[in-house]
Design a protein around this ligand. Structure first.
Ligand code: SF4
Length: 216
């Protein structure tokens, strides 16, 4: 394991988050299963990582009660009901926009159905992230979202934002881009900025870091 990954795992543990390392993408399913008792209710935050690693397929295999935000033909109202129900799921699965070497998770959300269950509600939160999500500190995490995560997600979700077209946040064209500075689009995906630092409930949050790159 590379030194900076080891350092990050230790820092997460120090912040009362259970930290697990897996070498390959193909090891993720077994690691996730350890935190998913059969029959538990499960919800997910939107994540390319969960798709790429096969976790979405896993929770569709019938062993779990999946509050499925991706079920076909959901109306906007039904999707919202799934998001509200997700707050009471036994397990909430997501990735993270960035993880600092100081053991913090950094997440920026538009609708905020991802950051809400991260901070409160589900008994257990399982975060899956590739090593590409590890950054030095919060300043680097902020930049990572403005230059990588938000532009690529905005493009994937067909959001009419500056970053989807140009590939970086509009705030970077100003002299002093504050964390929360950004566009005025109705489709803005950066509305709530959440740093998860030391947790009171030990190991409620589990972080699985993979030695390969995943998602963005
Ligand atoms: S604030 Fe707007 S332009 Fe900036 S990254 Fe977020 S969605 Fe993109």
């Amino acid at each position: 394991m590379e030194k900076y990954i080891e350092q990050t795992l230790k820092a997460l543990e120090k912040n009362n988050m259970q930290a697990v390392y897996v070498e390959k993408k193909s090891d993720i399913i077994d690691a996730v299963k350890e935190f998913l008792p059969k029959g538990s209710s499960v919800a997910v935050g939107g994540s390319v990582t969960l798709d790429e690693s096969g976790v979405i397929d896993l929770i569709r295999n019938g062993d779990y009660v999946f509050y499925d935000r991706y079920a076909p033909n959901l109306t906007a109202e039904q999707t919202n009901e799934v998001f509200v129900k997700s707050l009471s799921a036994d397990v909430f699965l997501m990735s993270s926009n960035a993880i600092t070497k100081n053991g913090e998770l950094y997440n920026v959300d538009g609708r905020s159905n991802r950051v809400a269950p991260l901070v409160f509600g589900p008994k257990s939160v399982v975060v899956v992230a590739g090593k590409n999500k590890i950054v030095e500190n919060i300043a680097e995490a902020v930049l990572r979202v403005k230059t990588i995560a938000a532009p690529l997600n905005a493009k994937r979700l067909n959001c009419n934002t500056y970053c989807a077209k140009v590939g970086k946040c509009v705030s970077l064209s100003t002299d002093n881009p504050e964390m929360s500075a950004g566009c005025g689009s109705d489709a803005r995906i950066c509305c709530n900025y959440v740093v998860s630092a030391m947790q009171r409930t030990k190991n409620r949050i589990k972080v699985i870091i993979c030695g390969e790159d995943l998602g963005y």
